[in-house]
Write a protein that binds this ligand. Structure first.
Ligand code: PEP
Length: 242
């Protein structure tokens, strides 16, 4: 079964929760659906989705269990208010907050200790792809962002495809996902063979069917199109059947 994960980024308000939750609860799903709203919306979202099969995730966590880290959020608190997943190392965090792969790995360790499943994002910039370095960059990010004993998921998100409407060719996605699969089995052993690898970057209802059918694509991480429940559900509908 594939996973369709919606990343609301810094969008959304309390008033959006009820209609969104009503729409996703009413859907017949053949995928795992995950919503990652801004952290302050998690408690109310958890109430609105209680008893459904839809999961909630956060968009980041701190590497420490608690402490003097103004503005940061501990993984255990995210879990306590209803998150079971956390996106880590999104390119917007790597860019806006200078997060290194080592920091991402530390956060992933904290997430696992708190019971959160991490979705670790990797992906090259346009300049890196143009320079023929895309696979090397992603291999390096993978090698340094996944902690020992990692049991979560990876999202391949070419930075140049995020929010731009541009997507890689299917063959490029297939090649990168094969590279990531090889990296996962090398780093995580047999467990790496079954880990989900999501594709993210301008996934929309109109291109989802093709993208989700690429070999080794185990679902999608969806930004902009996840803000409308009907679009996220159309993407979920486009996933191959079980
Ligand atoms: C993302 O934020 O992870 C993302 C893939 O965004 P978008 O779908 O808007 O490109």
């Amino acid at each position: 079964m594939q996973m369709i994960a919606g990343n609301w980024k810094m969008h959304g308000a309390v008033a959006d929760i009820a209609p969104y939750a009503q729409a996703v609860r009413a859907a017949r799903l053949h995928v795992d659906l995950l919503i990652c709203p801004p952290a302050p919306l998690l408690p109310a979202f958890a109430t609105a989705l209680a008893g459904s099969a839809i999961s909630l995730g956060a968009q980041d966590c701190h590497a420490a269990p608690s402490g003097a880290h103004t503005g940061d959020i501990a993984a255990a608190l995210l879990y306590e208010v209803g998150a079971h997943f956390v996106i880590l190392g999104h390119s917007e965090r790597r860019g806006d907050h200078a997060e290194s792969s080592a920091m991402v790995a530390a956060k992933a360790r904290a997430a696992a200790l708190a019971g959160l499943t991490a979705i670790i994002c990797v992906g090259e910039t346009e300049a890196e792809r143009d320079a023929g370095q895309a696979e090397a960059v992603v291999r390096h990010q993978l090698a340094h962002s996944l902690p020992e004993g990692f049991t979560g998921m990876v999202a391949y998100e070419p930075v140049w495809a995020i929010g731009t409407g541009r997507i890689p060719a299917e063959a490029e996605i297939a090649a990168m996902h094969a590279t990531i699969r090889a990296g996962l089995t090398g780093q995580c052993g047999p467990a790496g063979a079954g880990m989900r690898i999501l594709y993210g970057g301008s996934v929309k209802p109109g291109n989802a069917s093709a993208l989700l059918s690429v070999p080794e694509v185990g679902g999608a991480l969806v930004g902009g199109a996840s803000l409308k429940a009907e679009d996220l559900l159309a993407i979920a509908d486009a996933a191959p059947g079980v």
